[in-house]
Every structure is written in C-alpha cells, then in structure tokens.
Design a protein around this ligand. Sequence first.
Ligand code: PAF
Length: 283
Amino acid sequence: MSITIVRSINDLRSHVRKWKKSDESISIVPTMGALHAGHLSLVREAKSLTDRVIVTLFVNPSQFDSPEDLDKYPRNEDDDIDKLNSYNIDLLYAPQTDEIYPIGHSTKIVVSGVSRGLCGDFRPGHFDSVATVVGKLLIQSLADKAFFGEKDFQQLHVIKRMVADLDLPVEIVHCKTIREHDQLALSSRNSQLSSNDRKIAPIFAQTLFDAARQIEEGVDVATVIHNSKEKLIMSGFSKIDYIELRAESDLRALSKFDESGRIMAAVYLGNVRLIDNVEIRKC
Ligand code: PAF
C-alpha cells in the first residue's frame, strides 16, 4: 500500500478530525527526512502505542547555523518514502516552507533555562527555532503522543519544557539512541563524513562510554573530561565544542557524580558537527 502524503495544514487536519471522531489515538514522529534506523525505531514505537501514526518531514531552515549548513543537509523524499513503506504509517505530512512560515509569520517560542549552555551556547537561536517548529507541528497535528530520540538530549529537554509550560495536551515519548555496530550514534549528518573520518568517528562514542565507566568507577569528573578531550583531539577530531556531565532530570551541570546523569558532547570531525550522550546511572 502506498503512503498517503499531505502538504497542507487543512489536509492534515481533515485526517486528524476523522480519527478524533472515532476516538482513535494519534502519534506524531517529527523528522527532517534523511531517515535512518533511529527514526524508524521511533515509528515502530509509535505504531505500538497509538492507533494512528503521522510522520512529518520538514527541513526547518531556521534551525540551521548557516545557509551552507542548510544546503548540505541530505534531502531525498523518495528514499524516505521507500524506507517508510513497510511501516504502514497513516500519513506523511511534508509541508513546504511557506505552509509552516507564511509571509508575515512573526511568532517564536523561546524556552529559557534548558536551552542555555551545551549546544545552546554554540548554536545561538537553534533551540528557539526547534521549539517553534515542534510547537507548530504539535498544534497542527493535535497528536496525543510525540516521539523523539535521546541522541538530541538537550532538544528533548527543551521540547518537554515547552510542552509543560504551554500546557500542550501531548505526551513526549523518548527512545534510546540507535548506534552502528561500532557504536557511532546514527545521525543524518554521518553521511557527510569523508570515508577516512567515518573510520575515526566511532572513537567519539567509544570515548564517551569509557568516560562514563571511569566516572562510575569513581575517577574524578574533571580529570575524566580533560582526558577525553585530549584523546579526541589526538585521534583527529578537529574541534570540541563541549564535553560535560549533566543531570538526567534537568540538565544541571554536575561537577561530581552524585546523581544519575549523562555525559553530553559535541565535536567536529572535519567540518561535520557530531553530538552524542551516554547515560551514567546512580543506583
Ligand atoms: O531532531 C530533528 O530532526 C529536528 O530538530 C526536529 C525535531 C524534527 C525539528 O525540526
């Protein structure tokens, strides 16, 4: 069966109205396309939890750092449709930019607190753009549940905060990061790595897993982070934006391992920016 694609809010809403009338629950899986196994795991989870599943495909221009970054982002709608074909989703919502941001659009959602620090310091305005587009998609779809991956852990916190603060009637569901066999976290940006950098890339996740283990074993947090940065630079990573231990519950900076947290990091390999995080559980 081929996927039903809609490109306007009106068409999206007419499907949603029909489903709501028959009391069916609805999930939304927001994506920017370039789908990989991480996205598909969200779709699978959504299918298992609600009657109807909408996948959105919208490359949100304002959340990119520069026009070059936006240009480089991989786009192939036919490929994405092929990947979704076997999942039997109910709708693909793939609007054009002017459907989301018509002329005169002037409203922005700014989430303070969790948007600050980490990627927020290196990508000014990024989380405002993410919150704005996700807020719009949630309102447009009237979904009961929305699905996000834990790889973008700060994004997940920003979205949860926005949903709580704006009393949006949707449950945010998060799913584990999916990794390649060599532990590299799946990301649409991995396809931009040169073949040599692709060989180096797994050292990023491996370093974070090692760091987590050492901190759990009692090694001082600052020492572990310092050594991890050195290891990455020695291995060929071109720049480290940050490596930090943050609280699982609200992203507070932790200088000691006294509660469950995540080692969160952003680095560059060549000119490709990679992010990842690894959980550290306090029993
Ligand atoms: O994580 C992403 O792919 C994007 O930031 C999202 C949530 C689809 C918003 O554009």
